[in-house]
Design a protein around this ligand. Structure first.
Ligand code: HEC
Ligand code: HEC
Ligand code: HEC
Length: 412
């Protein structure tokens, strides 16, 4: 074969493999959105995927790594096998990874999807950026100790929840929620060693001072969620049943709203399972006003201007209604109390959709008044959860204060 012919053949082969690689990288981009890699691997105001976001753990501060294909500071030297080992086993070239990297969910990602993710990351422009060194206390700073943690708590043979007899849509949702979306990393309670308690999958967990609520089917139904409201919530961040805030707003912003309609349908089918709508056991405004007159008065004075006198909200783009709001209907009053204490920051989804925040009331309202206010709202518009006491509020206030969430006077 002459050199010219050989060069032409090689060029042809090369073009061919590039043409094949591109659809795989496109698939990888979609999967990276579904798995929300950007949320953790991007520092505030940093370049996407260049790492450096801090994670506060009970043992000190840990920083995410640069996962652009830079050879010096990123994953440019990773083979497909290296990449798979980080995703499936939590093993990096320098030793075991901390489970802040959710390999405890990603081990369920299929091999063909791992390869598409790898191709996507490898064709990104490399960014040179070395994240700060971790500041962890002994012995948590020793990576080999994590081998012991894995041995105790990480079971890479644990399969996805059983999909036998379920529809293809349910099974797709199962995969999106449990493997790629790693929803359980926030919504599943953890034990003292920070490992997920799989026997209580999705039962709710407090995280950065918010309750990552119970998202099991019965609980979602109890809060009034149906398919349409969930679709609006997960794709836009607000619905007539309430809004997303804290980390969950970012999950929607970076991940869920980029999913196809079919995949959002699958997530919802999995979340609601085959549960039926519960009869809307609405509260009773008159009774709640009689019982919690002080709460009613504080509502009118402090809240009605934004949430409406009758709790119906004003416009959804401005502030959500309280009447039938999921946070008010929830059994656990944590978020209703925490929102009043700490407020919510303004949020911007894109150029046209932004929401003003909510002021914090931790100075104006003491524990007893907040308890009475929450009891009024739960009685009037909730579905009759148990009464909240001043001690309940005091406990949440104390914890939020200790963790530094009550600092500013406007949303944090
Ligand atoms: C919840 C936060 C979080 C998410 C989501 C996340 N990561 Fe990570 N990742 C981390 C942290 C933190 C580390 C560093 C762990 C350590 O140093 O032990 C890490 C480490 C890594 C590493 C090891 C890099 C190295 O140099 O050793 C790779 C590769 C990686 N992540 C890829 C991904 C990919 C791909 C995704 C999406 C599919 C993803 N991560 C999603 C937090 C996250
Ligand atoms: C200046 C307007 C404003 C005032 C005053 C205000 N809120 Fe809000 N509130 C908002 C906005 C806007 C949101 C949604 C913010 C978001 O999700 O980003 C919100 C969210 C909430 C939520 C969370 C539910 C959900 O669906 O997001 C609760 C509960 C709540 N407010 C209760 C109250 C109570 C009780 C008061 C009075 C003590 C009050 N608010 C006063 C604007 C206000
Ligand atoms: C990084 C942590 C985190 C991850 C990952 C996460 N969530 Fe959340 N989620 C939260 C927090 C915190 C809240 C409470 C704040 C709120 O309601 O917006 C929440 C609230 C929700 C709610 C609202 C329930 C209600 O009644 O108000 C739904 C539904 C939900 N999450 C579904 C999901 C699904 C599905 C996934 C996976 C695709 C997921 N979450 C992943 C932290 C997380």
């Amino acid at each position: 074969m002459g050199p010219v012919l050989r060069a032409a053949l090689l060029a042809g082969l090369f073009a061919c493999s590039v043409a094949l690689a591109q659809p795989l990288a496109d698939k990888g981009r979609y999967l990276a959105a579904a798995a929300d890699c950007v949320a953790c691997h991007t520092a505030e105001n940093g370049r996407p995927f260049a790492g450096g976001r801090p994670f506060q753990t009970p043992f000190g501060t840990l920083y995410s790594t640069n996962i652009t294909p830079d050879k010096k500071t990123g994953i440019g030297n990773f083979s497909l096998g290296d990449f798979r080992a980080t995703m499936h086993r939590g093993k990096g070239p320098h030793g075991n990874l901390y489970p802040a990297m959710p390999y405890t969910s990603y081990y369920l990602v299929r091999d063909d999807d791992i390869e598409a993710l790898y191709r996507y990351f490898m064709q990104l422009p490399p960014v040179e950026n070395r994240p700060p060194a971790n500041r962890l206390v002994f012995p948590a700073n020793l990576r080999f100790g994590l081998g012991f943690w894995n041995w105790l708590y990480f079971d890479p043979d644990r399969p996805l929840p059983d999909g036998k007899g379920r529809s293809a849509q349910w099974r797709r949702g199962n995969y999106l929620v449990n493997a790629l979306g790693h929803c359980g990393e926030c919504h599943t309670p953890r034990n003292f060693a920070q490992a997920m308690q799989f026997d209580r999958r999705f039962a709710g967990n407090v995280l950065e001072g918010w309750d990552a609520v119970d998202i099991r089917p019965q609980s979602l139904r109890r809060q009034g969620w149906d398919r349409e409201q969930l679709r609006q919530l997960l794709t836009s961040g607000s619905s007539e049943r309430g809004t997303l805030f804290g980390e969950m707003f970012r999950v929607m912003q970076h991940s869920l709203r980029h999913l196809s309609d079919e995949d959002i349908d699958a997530v919802i089918t999995f979340l609601l399972d085959e549960s039926e709508a519960l009869p809307g056991k609405r509260g009773d405004v008159r009774q709640a006003t009689d019982r919690y007159g002080g709460g009613r008065a504080d509502y009118v004075a402090y809240c009605a201007g934004c949430h409406g006198r009758a709790g119906a909200g004003i416009t959804l783009a401005f502030a959500p209604g309280m009447d039938d709001n999921a946070a008010i209907r929830a059994l656990n009053p944590h978020n209703a109390i925490a929102v009043i204490l700490r407020g919510l920051p303004a949020q911007r989804l894109d150029r046209t959709r932004a929401r003003a925040g909510m002021p914090s009331f931790h100075r104006e309202l003491d524990d007893a008044r907040i308890a009475e206010l929450v009891n009024f709202m739960r009685g009037a518009w909730g579905s009759g959860g148990a009464g909240v006491t001043a001690e309940d509020v005091a406990r949440i206030r104390h914890r939020l204060d200790k963790e530094g969430y009550l600092g500013s006077n406007h949303g944090n």
